[in-house]
Design a protein around this ligand. Sequence first.
Ligand code: NAD
Length: 248
Amino acid sequence: MTPVAMVTGAARGIGQATAVALARQGFDVAICDLQPTAEPPDTIRSIGEAGRQAWYRQCDVADRAQVEAFFTETIARLGRLDVLVNNAALNIRKPLVELEVEDVARVWAVSQWGVFHCSQLAARQMIRQGEGGSIVVISSVHAEQPYARSTSYNGAKAAVNQMARTWAVELAPHRIRVNAIEPGWTDTPGERTFYSEDQIREEGKKLPLGRLARPDEIAAAVCFLVSEQAAYITGSILRVDGGIVLPR
Ligand SMILES: NC(=O)c1ccc[n+]([C@@H]2O[C@H](COP(=O)([O-])OP(=O)(O)OC[C@H]3O[C@@H](n4cnc5c(N)ncnc54)[C@H](O)[C@@H]3O)[C@@H](O)[C@H]2O)c1
């Protein structure tokens, strides 16, 4: 039986790299993103090249009804769910004094409630199946490092870390492991909307390892956490940050 993974926000960046890496590990992969009709062709093609099935549905993880539909259709098409990767997130970067209430509400709806909706439905499905499973939350070093202009994002990431640890306790009797990854600064299309090529290169040189992370390096950590090699790891927060939080 082919194991099935679900990755949210997988049209690009870390989510895309993770979906493709999981396919290479033998998973059929259900992916969602905000794009309306067309499938994200790069992700779908790469999963196909790995010899696995992929299917895409437009889904805003902040919207419970859309998430429920995504889950229902995933089970109908792929038959089961073994791994959930909560990757989709949103940051609205403004100082505290300039934030609108709507900004904060939207960031929390996607980055915190989205993780709740997907994880709750995944846990229910995995418990029904009775064969364990693995849930990974893509958090951030922002959960611990209070970088400025990210009030709602930092708060959401701290919250999802603690939610993941709570679920690790609750779901351990069902052999469902729950872990979080805190990426450091990673070179994704999302980051490139904020920084130029020159800034990415020059600021990267100042990091301990001299560069930003690549999305596939975060995906590799996901593959480890969902693998048998990590069978005894649950409730952990794994930093994959090139030492960005170390004193310099
Ligand atoms: N890039 C970094 O430096 C970095 C650092 C730490 C943590 N992270 C985390 O890694 C994850 C991925 O980040 P990235 O840099 O690849 O982002 P990105 O912006 O490049 O890609 C995110 C994808 O998620 C999708 N998405 C956004 N909101 C969604 C929603 N409501 N429903 C479904 N899909 C949605 C976007 O359309 C996009 O395709 C996020 O959880 C982010 O917080 C990133």
